[in-house]
Ligand binder design. Sequence first.
Ligand SMILES: Cc1cc2nc3c(=O)[nH]c(=O)nc-3n(C[C@H](O)[C@H](O)[C@H](O)COP(=O)(O)OP(=O)(O)OC[C@H]3O[C@@H](n4cnc5c(N)ncnc54)[C@H](O)[C@@H]3O)c2cc1C
Length: 417
Amino acid sequence: MKNLLILGAGTAGTMMANHLQHELPEAEWNIQIVDKRATHYYQPGFLFLPFDIYKPKQIKKPISQFIPKGVGYVQEQVDKVLPEENKVLLENGQKLPYDVLIVATGTHIAPEETEGMAGPLWQKDIFDFYSFEGSKNLRDKLRTWEGGKLVVHISEMPIKCPVAPLEFAFLADSFFINKGMRDKVEITFVTPMDGAFTKPKATEALQHLLDEKQISIVPDFNIERVDNERKMIVDYADREVPFDLLVTVPTNMGDAMIERSGFGDALNYVPTNKATLQSEVKDNIFVIGDATNIPASKAGSVAHFEAEILTENIKRFIAGQALKDEFDGHSNCFIETGHGKAILIDFNYTHEPVTGTFPFPGVGPLKLLQETRMNHMGKMAFRWIYWNMLIKGKHIPFVSATMNEAGKDLEPKKELV
Ligand SMILES: Cc1cc2nc3c(=O)[nH]c(=O)nc-3n(C[C@H](O)[C@H](O)[C@H](O)COP(=O)(O)OP(=O)(O)OC[C@H]3O[C@@H](n4cnc5c(N)ncnc54)[C@H](O)[C@@H]3O)c2cc1C
């Protein structure tokens, strides 16, 4: 019996467990998945929880509900990978052997990386919405907040779902309008990037929305510290932005077990081949989702596309065949813009977000890079798709792992990364 071990039972790890349980012969392969938690969170829901749009029970379910029959679920913290021994050491001292390892331990917020961020105002006037607890605490704060300077802030790139902070600013605008107190709130979007988003074409469309909603933007802001006493964020050039309520996305980092294993980069992401998803650590270690260092977006949609290619590559690796080097960085993402509308973007390593239709060329029904009600409905339907199809490894019809170029107004290909 051979062992296939998956570290992390979040979006990517759960999808891989479901795919591989169907694809690998049960009599030959023992598949196990390890996670320190018992709860699976639908993280896109963390955006909606602060505005009371989703309830906690809609965005959390037991991990065990999504682990297929025949796959062993070990609820334990991973201490480190021992690549020379082909074993994983758990915090309880147990060692799990593997023939093939998949690292899917994601990324998490690290507010302690910025001086003063996790200080006396943390979870009082400084909140995140990238964790379940942060998002829920922010909901409680917003229920009674009487207004003032709201600063929505990104500490440094990369972060998972890079559009989520902008979506937060847009939703905050409609939330305060609906509460009849928009005139009491000054919204400022502070980012280390030179504009609203990482991709120039989408930035144009998004800047226009910021202007329309009277959200001011402070670009190129590389935070040095949070001054809790004066309620200011301060950058390395000594620029200061005052806040009454700071909603920040702290530095995102891969899990510390990657550092302990000795193979992470400066932010604990695993060096990974961007086309095959094989690690650069050892041939029998593969990486998927937010844990990789590849230049694709850190997003559930990306993990979904990667899972199709990685499943094929695990089968090829086991059969001693050459790996498929086809992952093209495909990402698609709904950007909620408030008032029941959203923009859909679709891009990959070489194409910026394009205009056109999705998923059917020339038909839609979703329109790319345009703000529509249909796109908003797509975003809201995604929660059902996530719980019932995506993480169960079911194929989503008409959506391909690599970017479909038909029906899209493509610019000449160029390497964006
Ligand atoms: C606010 C917000 C909005 C988002 N919106 C969208 C969106 O609209 N569309 C989209 O596509 N994506 C979105 N995302 C991103 C998406 O949720 C992630 O990219 C996706 O969940 C990544 O999957 P993953 O499996 O790599 O990591 P995760 O799902 O985070 O799973 C990692 C798992 O590893 C476990 N783990 C980590 N370290 C250890 C250890 N040492 N031992 C044991 N277990 C460990 C964790 O407990 C966790 O269960 C959003 C994210 C956020 C925060």
